[in-house]
Structures are given as C-alpha cells and as structure tokens.
Write a protein that binds this ligand. Sequence first.
Ligand code: FE2
Length: 356
Amino acid sequence: MEDFLDINEKEKEEDIRPRILLVDDDKFDRTFIIDLLAPENFLIDEAENGNEALALLSENKYDLLLSDIYMPGITGLEMIQKIREVDANLQIIMFTGHADLATAIEAVQLGVYDYIVKPFDPEALIWRVEKALEKSRQISLDLDVRVDLEERVSAQSERIRLIFYEAVQTLVNAIEAKDQYTKGHSIRVTQYAMWYARHSDISFEEASDIQLAARLHDIGKLGIADAILNKTGALTDEEYSIIKEHPETSYKILKPIMSDSILETIRYHHERWDGKGYPDGLAGDLIPQGARIVGLADSFDAMTSFRSYKKAMTLDKAIEEIERCAGTQFDPNIVPGFVEAARLNREQEELLTTVG
Ligand SMILES: [Fe+2]
C-alpha cells in the first residue's frame, strides 16, 4: 500500500499537465466544473473554502485558480488579497451568482484574469480557462527567460568589471610612471584610507567604494603635461590651475563606468573642511565622507613621502601636522581615528620587524 502511494506521489510530482485549484463551497458547482473540464486533461484539486485553498496553495504550485467569490468564512476576494502578498503571477478566474460592478472592479484591481457570472456557459468556460492557462504558460516562460538573462548579464558584468579593473591598474601605473616621486602613491593612499576604514563604523560596501576611488583618484593627471607634473620649482598660477583640473578630469574619465559614490569621492578629494579647497569649494559635511577620507590619506602620503623639493616627514611630525589642520583642512571627526589607525599600524610594523 505504501509503495503504491509513493508511486502515485511521484507521478503527481512529474505530471506536467496544467494544475488547477477549484474553490467553491457549493459541491454541485464544483462537480459541474470538474465534469466539464475532465476531457481537457487538467489536474484539478478542490477546496471548499478560502482557508482550505490557501493551505493547498502553500503546498503546491498551481497554474490557475478558479474561485467563487461569496463563500462562508473568508470571501474569494479576501483570499486573493492574501495570495497576492506572496504570488503576483498566479492566474485567477472568479465566478459569482450575482453580477456586482464594485466587486468586479475590486477583482480586476487584484489582478484577476477573468470574471464570470453564473450560470456557466460550458463552452465559454472551457475557452476562458484555456486562455488563462496560456497566459500562465507565457508568464512562466517570461520568468525563466528573465532569470536566465539576469544570470548572463551578471556574469558578463563581472567579466567587464575585471577587464576594466585591469585596464585601470595599467592606467594608474602609467600616471605614476610619469613622475618617479609619486610612484606607488595611489597604492599607499588606498592603504591609508583602508587603515581608517577598518577602524571606523564604515560599512563594507562604503569601504569597497573608497578603496577603488583611492586607487583611481589621480587618474585625471594623465592629461597633465610631464613638464608641469615633474616641475621642481614653484608653479605659475596657470600651471597650478591646470593641476587643479585633475579631479574633474578623473571624474569625466570614469563617469561612464563608475558608481556615483566612487565618482564623488574622486571629484572632491581636494576639497577642504573649511571650504577653501577645489574644485567646488565645498565645506564640512557637504564634502562626501569618502572624499574627506581619501583627501586626508592623500595629504598624509604627500607629507610622509620624499619629493624632489622636500624630505619625507617622520610619522610623528605628519601626525602633528594633521592634528594641527583638523577643522581647517581636514574633517576633525576623522582625524582622531586616522591618527589612531596610523599609530596602531606603526606598532604592528615594529612588532613584525622585532619578530622578523
Ligand atoms: Fe589629487
């Protein structure tokens, strides 16, 4: 007996016939519809009321729901409201003994496919059931195609992102090769910005954006002549104004492929807390947080690196300088965390050196 049941269950699982759920408290109507649809090779389950139907719907996948509107307990429309909370695509045909415009409108608003007034016209009922099942097939086909398409787009986007990232690394290397003193600058700025990010409550997504922005922030320097970039003497006003264009050039280069968050961090990495920076002279919290962090990391690298025109500052001296400029050049809320992260990093490095 058990074996027989198992086989039956298995057959049911593999059955590809359209599956219909029929809900009506009137046994006579249910029998009438089942007899009418029997030659059409559908699988039909029955329920006497809305709650019984909801239980069946939670366990099985149906292609069509045929339901009476007025039943004891929850009405057909109340049942559909509950169904729509979890399934927007189930095709539904409702029927009623009383034509009522308000109910018909409500049914349409709930996405009911068809609304039939009793008594049933047998041929019309079969025709409308088949139309609804066709719609159901179409929707599941569309859904399958969409899922497949989304998967392919996502795989393609990942490939493009990787190719792009490699191209960007090449570009960054190209910029840094233009100036021997800034070699490794972007990598160090990224490293310093991440010191801070790890010590703050910045989310993983925000930190990832800041990381990429830090890596690319000076990409606009590609457009600046080597003679200006590598100049050891003081810059003329005109040369300085050319240098000041690089955040916007970076922004324009990356605009077609980067998110707004990354673009804003790059565009505003030379703004100052007191509003005296460039390109827009934004002040305080109006400067995106990522830009305030990358800007600080950028200055920290400039202070602690050797340049043709200056020696590298010691870490303590750079920290002193950063703290002096908190509230003027730098965000005073970021400085303490950054300094703490920088000191912690030095301790770890010293520890590694000692152990090594
Ligand atoms: Fe810059």
